[in-house]
Design a protein around this ligand. Structure first.
Ligand code: NAD
Length: 332
């Protein structure tokens, strides 16, 4: 039996985590869920953002499925998502972006994986007031963090027979910090002679992705660029509702969708749970349950391909629950 921490989160989080839990259980896997919440909902009810129970559960289970958590904009508390990634050193944010047949999109051949550095960059959260009209933010890039995310990307490319890793940077302007990241990629690429290193400046990368995304296989980049490129890539394959993700460290993994808490559609039973369901499939794969992981992907592909039970973001009329049930029926 596996023990997994389940964090429902805010906004659409409780709806899509419930869908995902049901889909995972339909595979027949034996999981004991430790449900512990954190975030805005919890804060409003208890005055605590992250209860100790959550830290205890994560430290014990070392695997979690997490719904999105709301972060106030401009003021208020700092992101709990970022805090968890840093606290548990979940340095690799891995986001596979793959076109699912049936989704309306001009791009039918997208199949790439983004490796986003997850612990530093501008997300180090070092901001300072100089005076009322001047503030500064500091971007931290270290050799250690750059090395391990770039290694992860190359190892993935090597394990999956990919020919190329694309490093995305702005080292023409940020010569020292982005320069370090780029030079580290050049060094590490020498350990993988069969994999080509491609270097692309981030602004050009946005254009290249829109013109011809199918030419990319594995993308490795710093924290903020990875965040922005992930949403861009999600837009290529049908939107945020379909792109999963994993926050991986050496000793813990938290699986969550790329998207946020979508407060505009929360509580309406219309959110698309696909991104979190596919994150759940990544989790089963991580746990070594390859067949069960694949059965989820196959069911998602079939239901979306069929088109009868798809949610509004993909042009359908099905509710979150109807879509979830269609997947569960296929798995069973
Ligand atoms: P968002 O991803 O929540 O939503 C952007 C748009 O995409 C919205 O129109 C939303 O309705 C739509 N959308 C997102 N997920 C969807 C789904 N599953 N099905 C259908 N439509 C979906 O981004 P935002 O509005 O910028 O952020 C809202 C909150 O989420 C903010 O507080 C932000 O900080 C937080 N956030 C959390 C995480 C996380 O927990 N990892 C990630 C990103 C944003």
């Amino acid at each position: 039996m596996y023990e997994v921490t389940l964090i429902p989160g805010d906004g659409i989080g409780p709806e899509i985590t419930e869908s995902t839990r049901q889909v995972i259980e339909a595979t027949g896997i034996n999981i004991k869920w430790h449900m512990v919440n954190a975030g805005l909902n919890v804060y409003e009810n208890t005055g605590v953002l992250v209860p100790n129970d959550l830290y205890e559960s994560l430290s014990k289970n070392k695997v979690a499925l997490k719904g999105p958590i709301t972060t106030p904009i401009g003021s208020g508390f700092r992101s709990i998502n970022v805090m968890l990634r840093k606290k548990y050193d979940l340095y690799a944010n891995i986001r596979p972006v793959k076109y699912i047949s049936g989704i309306h999109s001009p791009y039918k051949n997208v199949d790439l994986v983004i490796f986003r550095e997850n612990t530093e960059g501008l997300y180090a959260g070092i901001e300072e007031k100089i005076n009322d009209e001047q503030y500064k933010s500091i971007k931290i890039i270290t050799k250690k963090a750059s090395t391990r995310i770039i290694h992860s990307a190359f190892k993935y490319a090597s394990d999956h027979n990919k020919e190329k890793v694309t490093v995305v940077h702005k080292a023409n302007i940020l010569k020292l910090s982005d320069g370090l990241f780029l030079n580290t990629a050049r060094e590490i690429s020498k350990e993988y002679p069969n994999i080509k290193l491609e270097e692309v400046i981030v602004d050009n990368m946005c254009m290249q992705l829109v013109i011809n995304p199918s030419r990319f296989e594995v993308i490795v980049t710093m924290n903020l660029y990875g965040d922005i490129l992930s949403d861009l890539c999600a837009g290529l394959v049908g939107g945020l509702g379909v792109v999963p993700g994993a926050n991986m460290g050496d000793h813990m993994a938290i699986f969550e969708a790329v998207h946020g808490s979508a407060p505009d559609i929360a509580g309406k039973n219309i959110a698309n749970p696909t991104a979190l369901i596919l994150s759940g499939s990544m989790m089963l794969d991580y746990l070594g349950e390859k067949e069960k992981a694949k059965s989820i992907v196959n069911a998602v592909n079939t239901v979306i391909g069929n088109g009868q039970w798809i949610t509004a973001d993909l042009g359908g009329t099905a509710t979150t629950k109807e879509y979830t049930n269609a997947i569960i029926d296929l798995i069973k």
